[in-house]
Design a protein around this ligand. Structure first.
Ligand code: AMP
Length: 278
């Protein structure tokens, strides 16, 4: 596996694969890799000849007071995992490479970015859209893979790619979970062992809302019961817990085809998100 840091080195590293007409997949990450990230790499390998992963802790997508400074960084372990997973190239750009002095452009996907995580984390999806556009333009892959774990992010990126007419196929990969149901996340490392035990209440609350709605209970009643269960399990603020349209993320008060249950809640100083197909 080649490791490239500077933007100038990227194009020469990709040139031979482009000339040979080899299908290229991109897997963007912020590092601190786990089996969820590796599921994206495995799916990328199934769909393309060459797999490029990126590790970039993108300052633009962190708000003031968020965890940019303490975000876990473990480049050597990450590179070993990617190499073992069959990744061909790891691009780890510097902040100054992606955002050189004078950088003044932002990409904002309105509407779909504004609710839920967009409301709880102002500016977050502008940062995501801007960096993903830069990574797609740098690598120019045939396909790019993103986790359903970050369901709104996936929808924002699909909108971005459609609106800019980028010729890349966006592939969503199902969420990888721990044995007890907790979605894998780099941020799970922040949880104390007591919090880690309590954290399973989040996927359980999504599952019980799903069962209640499927059995005909009103959406608002089902959601209220799940929020109460989170509070009882020791969660603090619930940023949102909602049934939404799977493409537009607009809230639904009735079940509908493609509907998704999405939630974000705080446990101690950690913010956890998760979602489930209805
Ligand atoms: P991150 O490093 O957290 O920015 O995540 C990089 C990519 O991995 C994103 O597309 C995430 O949605 C995806 N991802 C993170 N956690 C999981 C998981 N548990 N299962 C599947 N994909 C995931």
């Amino acid at each position: 596996m080649q490791i490239i840091r500077d933007l100038a080195g990227l194009e020469p590293a990709l040139a031979a694969w482009r000339e040979a007409g080899e299908r290229l997949a991109l897997v963007p990450t912020m590092g601190a890799l786990h089996a969820g990230h590796m599921a994206l790499v495995a799916e990328a390998r199934r769909r393309a000849k060459r797999v490029v992963a990126t590790i970039f802790v993108n300052p633009l997508q962190f708000g003031a007071g968020e965890d940019l400074d303490r975000y876990p960084r473990q480049e050597e372990a990450d590179a070993a995992l990617l190499e073992g997973g069959g990744c061909d190239l790891l691009w780890m750009p510097d902040v100054a490479d992606l955002y050189p002095p004078g950088f003044a452009t932002a990409i904002s996907v309105s509407g779909i970015s504004e609710r839920w995580d967009g409301a709880a984390r102002p500016g977050h999806f502008d940062g995501v859209a801007t960096v993903v556009a830069k990574l797609l333009l740098g690598v120019r892959p045939n396909i790019a893979l993103f986790g359903e774990k970050d369901f709104q992010q996936l929808a924002v990126i699909r909108r971005l790619v459609a609106d800019l007419g980028l010729t890349v196929e966006i592939v969503g990969v199902p969420t990888v979970r721990e044995a007890d149901g907790l979605a894998l996340s780099s941020r799970n490392a922040y949880l104390s062992s007591d919090e880690r035990h309590r954290a399973v209440a989040l996927p359980q609350a999504l599952e019980s809302a799903r069962e209640a709605i499927r059995s005909g209970d009103p959406v608002d009643v089902s959601v209220a019961a799940s929020i109460a269960a989170l509070t009882a399990a020791g969660f603090g603020r619930v940023d949102y817990f909602a049934l939404v349209d799977g493409a537009t993320l607009a809230p639904l008060d009735q079940p509908a085809p493609g509907a998704r249950l999405i939630a974000a809640a705080h446990l101690g100083s950690t913010r956890l998100i998760d979602n489930l197909a209805l």
